[in-house]
Design a protein around this ligand. Structure first.
Ligand SMILES: NC(=O)c1ccc[n+]([C@@H]2O[C@H](COP(=O)([O-])OP(=O)(O)OC[C@H]3O[C@@H](n4cnc5c(N)ncnc54)[C@H](OP(=O)(O)O)[C@@H]3O)[C@@H](O)[C@H]2O)c1
Length: 120
């Protein structure tokens, strides 16, 4: 992977993140597919590798500072530079309730992942 441009997509195991990871790899980039769950990440990576795409797993939970530090160390040991970072990981906990009825703990958890993690 060393001669290619490197990209990391957080929350890359499904949804929009998985589509972005695929799209970047199709441009010829080496893509690190971030996933907080190893099993879900491995499954997604296997699917893209089966299509001939240069994608590898990076376990990363963006809401866990220690986990993020470990992931950065792992990535730094593998690549000289990261050229593209897609902070895609995000959660929507409660879409059914009106805003006035959403629990404060759910609002805090959403801010932690969607706002504070990409800012850190
Ligand atoms: N879909 C929409 O209409 C829409 C609209 C506006 C904005 N967005 C934003 O676009 C992004 C992707 O949306 P989506 O629809 O593809 O969502 P999705 O299908 O729910 O996928 C979210 C991804 O984020 C991961 N994730 C959640 N918390 C994480 C954490 N703490 N650390 C690392 N990964 C974490 C999930 O991992 P797990 O599989 O382990 O849960 C999953 O891979 C999100 O940030 C979302 O807020 C989406």
């Amino acid at each position: 992977m060393t001669n290619k441009k490197q990209a990391l997509v957080t929350g890359g195991n499904k949804g929009i993140g998985l589509a972005i990871a695929k799209g970047l790899a199709e441009t010829g980039m080496a893509v690190w597919l971030g996933s907080r769950d190893r099993g879900r990440g491995e499954e997604a990576v296997a699917g893209l590798n089966a299509q001939g795409l240069d994608v590898r797993l990076l376990e990363i939970d963006v809401a866990d500072d220690a986990n993020v530090k470990r992931a950065i160390a792992e990535l730094s040991s593998e690549v000289d530079a990261l050229h593209v970072l897609i902070n895609n990981a995000g959660i929507i906990i409660d879409t059914a309730s009106p805003p006035s009825e959403v629990r404060m703990e759910d609002i805090k958890a959403t801010f932690e992942v969607n706002f504070l993690a990409p800012s850190g």
